[in-house]
Ligand binder design. Structure first.
Ligand SMILES: Nc1ncnc2c1ncn2[C@@H]1O[C@H](COP(=O)(O)OP(=O)(O)OP(=O)(O)O)[C@@H](O)[C@H]1O
Length: 653
């Protein structure tokens, strides 16, 4: 998106527009060099299109069927823009703001906000299905933004038509990941010149969030990285985005990353990560899975990056064993291994899934605890598919990733007036979406305290009343929660409500860290088979297997998955055994580094490899948290006292 410098007009400038307008009306010509250049160009185009300033507004809008077709065609855009439109409408309601979304030809798809100040002709012309192309309505926010392909504001009588001279617009184009125009977001309000520049910034920020959402949605089958030169902007609306193939080829880049790297999109797309940043994809991915954050180096400076999305890895072979009629009534097919396969041969996991399954059948909530990447969400899905609610929806909510201000409406929904079947103007919350099925609250430890009280009430009373009032709805859902943080420790620190903890904790399942599973070798072979796309029978060389079994896997199954997928990708079609040539140098170094460390520890310790690997993990997590004891203890799921005790062992070792 091009940058635009905008300021509020001075009284002189406003008078200049008046004079230019008189010239246009009286002499039929646009004076040169008097108006802002984008307005002058647009007025000229309007005159050349044969328009007059007093042309009528009440042109024919699209029929209802036409509007439905248009909305169908633009469904992805409408859904992606929904949260920002809602926020802007709420923010500007008191100022008489109207927020509209148009398609790429400036036809209105959606318009929300205050219309009381509009005259009836304008109200008719500002409705879904009305076309605001510049050739029809002259200079106007959406129409001119479509022509200019850049954000702009149009102040009062800079509009070409006299009849809308009492309005001002802030408009900005929305583009897809290839840079193609999708539509325009526009904020129209009664003329208030002083506030226009900040309003335009808000619209531009909303556009960035919408484009990022479209980007992530479109590249579900790819690796998506969030990139920025400053870590605090990762995962924000300012983030740069790159979509990659597993081998590091860049499939798409958003506007922000082009600006950050000072490159055109075509200089990024189609090239390999290694060419641009000197790092191979598998090395970066290993790093990202291990540390959560990586670095990309360029001559112009270093950039931080985080993994936003890794493609859903469960291949078809993995999805097959589910009973055939389970998904019939599900809103979307859900894939997860059957409980027996999920538990493998590990007795603790086997007991865990038995208890979880029993708890759900007795309508008890299930709490799943385990380090990141151990498979908490997979376990929740498998439990759901094994339960009597398997035909209902499985609705997952990540409490850590929804902004605090939105989590309440996301969970409980809201309504405009009472609900009838149509949900116009309202939103069905995630709790209600899970009706008849299972609600999975991931990272429950990150839920804000105020909302914890509301959730507790819902779980006790089994009813919800969406924001905005209306009838209560009786809930028939199973609830599974998960957290990698030790909820008991959070309760002790006053960060999690004790009553909610006991309410959620019908049964607590602890998924062991991968390093602690007793069936590691079997699982690695089983998983390898599931991940091999073409059904080849791939095996692992004995030395390599020994190293994998000794490794401490801080990223657990998620990290194992990346390692295996990368290894498979680097095998020649006729190769059938994974050895060190298929593993990145970086990871090999880490594997052998650990082997060395294990050897050293082994000489001094009688506790054996489990103990050693535990200490190594502690050391690593401690480093990640820069020595912060509380954070390390929370991540490891142990108390601070236990951590101190274990650190003493580390010193003694
Ligand atoms: N038993 C399993 N079989 C196959 N794949 C699994 C299994 N467990 C986990 N995975 C894979 O490992 C990855 C991480 O799993 P999942 O997201 O369920 O972990 P998590 O514990 O919920 O992680 P986080 O705490 O980071 O949210 C996923 O890609 C998932 O497909």
């Amino acid at each position: 998106m091009k940058k635009t410098a905008v300021t509020a007009p001075t009284p002189d400038q406003l008078q200049t527009v008046e004079i230019a307008r008189s010239r246009l009306i009286e002499q039929g010509e646009v004076p040169s060099g008097v108006l802002r250049s984008e307005i002058e160009d647009s007025w000229l185009r309007s005159v050349n299109a044969g328009l007059n300033c007093d042309a009528p507004l009440d042109l024919e809008n699209l029929s209802k069927d036409g509007i439905d077709d248009l909305r169908d065609k633009n469904r992805r855009l409408i859904e992606a823009a929904h949260p920002e439109i809602k926020q802007l409408v709420e923010y500007f309601r008191a100022d008489g703001g109207l927020v509209m979304l148009t398609d790429e030809s400036a036809t209105i798809l959606k318009i929300k906000g205050e219309t009381r100040h509009l005259d009836s002709n304008t109200r008719y012309a500002l409705a879904p299905g009305a076309h605001w192309g510049e050739e029809l309505r002259g200079t106007n926010g959406p129409g001119t933004a479509v022509v200019n392909r850049s954000p702009l504001m149009i102040r009062g009588n800079e509009h070409f038509l006299d009849s809308i001279g009492y309005l001002s617009c802030c408009s900005a184009p929305i583009s897809d990941p290839k840079g193609e125009l999708l539509g325009v977001l526009d904020l129209t309000s009664p003329t208030d010149y002083q506030n226009l520049p900040p309003n335009l910034s808000l619209v531009q920020q909303a556009i960035r969030s919408i484009e990022n959402r479209i980007f992530s949605g479109q590249f579900q089958q790819h690796i998506v990285l969030s990139v920025h030169s400053r870590p605090e902007y990762l995962r924000s609306s300012w983030q740069g985005l790159l979509a990659l193939e597993l081998d590091g080829h860049i499939q798409a880049a958003n506007d922000q990353i082009c600006q950050l790297l000072n490159r055109k999109r075509e200089q990024l797309v189609g090239r390999n990560l290694e060419e641009l940043f000197g790092v191979r994809a598998e090395v970066l991915l290993t790093d990202l899975h291990r540390k959560g954050r990586g670095q990309l180096r360029t001559r112009g400076g270093d950039f931080y990056c985080e993994l936003l999305h890794f493609p859903n890895s469960l291949p078809t072979a993995y999805k097959a064993p589910l009973k055939s009629n389970r998904h019939k009534a599900s809103p979307a097919p859900l894939h997860a291994p059957p409980l027996s396969e999920l538990a493998g041969q590990d007795p603790r996991l086997q007991k865990g899934v038995r208890m979880g399954s029993r708890a759900l059948s007795h309508e008890l909530p299930v709490l799943i605890q385990g380090e990141t990447g151990t498979g908490k969400e997979v376990m929740a899905k498998s439990l759901h598919l094994d339960s009597r609610r398997c035909r209902g929806a499985f609705v997952a909510v990540n409490c850590a990733s929804i902004p605090e201000g939105l989590i309440e409406s996301e969970l409980f929904g809201y309504r405009e007036g009472a609900f009838t079947g149509s949900r116009k103007g309202g939103m069905v919350g995630r709790l209600e979406q899970a009706q008849g099925g299972t609600l999975f609250l991931d990272e429950i430890g990150d839920m804000p305290l105020a909302l914890q009280a509301r959730l507790l009430r819902v779980l006790q009373e089994r009813t919800i009343s969406p924001l905005g009032g209306g009838d209560e709805i009786a809930l028939d859902i199973a609830v599974i929660c998960a957290s990698h943080r030790d909820l008991k420790a959070l309760v002790a620190d006053g960060l999690f409500r004790e009553d909610l903890y006991y309410r959620l904790n019908g049964v607590c399942l602890r998924i062991p860290a991968f390093r602690d599973r007793t069936d590691k070798e079997d699982f690695i072979r089983y998983f390898l088979q599931q991940l091999t796309p073409d059904g080849r029978q791939i095996d692992i060389d004995a030395e390599m297997m020994a190293q994998l079994l000794n490794y401490h896997w801080p990223g657990n199954i998620r990290q194992l998955e990346t390692t295996l997928r990368v290894a498979i990708a680097f095998m020649e079609p006729d190769e059938l055994k994974i050895d060190s040539s298929h593993i990145s140098d970086d990871f090999l170094e880490e594997l052998s580094g650990q082997a060395h460390a294990m050897g050293c520890f082994g000489q001094h310790q009688s506790g054996g490899t489990l103990k050693t690997s535990e200490l190594l993990t502690i050391q690593q997590v401690l480093e990640q948290h820069e020595g912060n004891i509380s954070a390390t203890a929370a991540e490891l799921g142990i108390s601070r006292a236990t951590l101190y005790r274990k650190l003493k062992q580390l010193d003694d070792a």
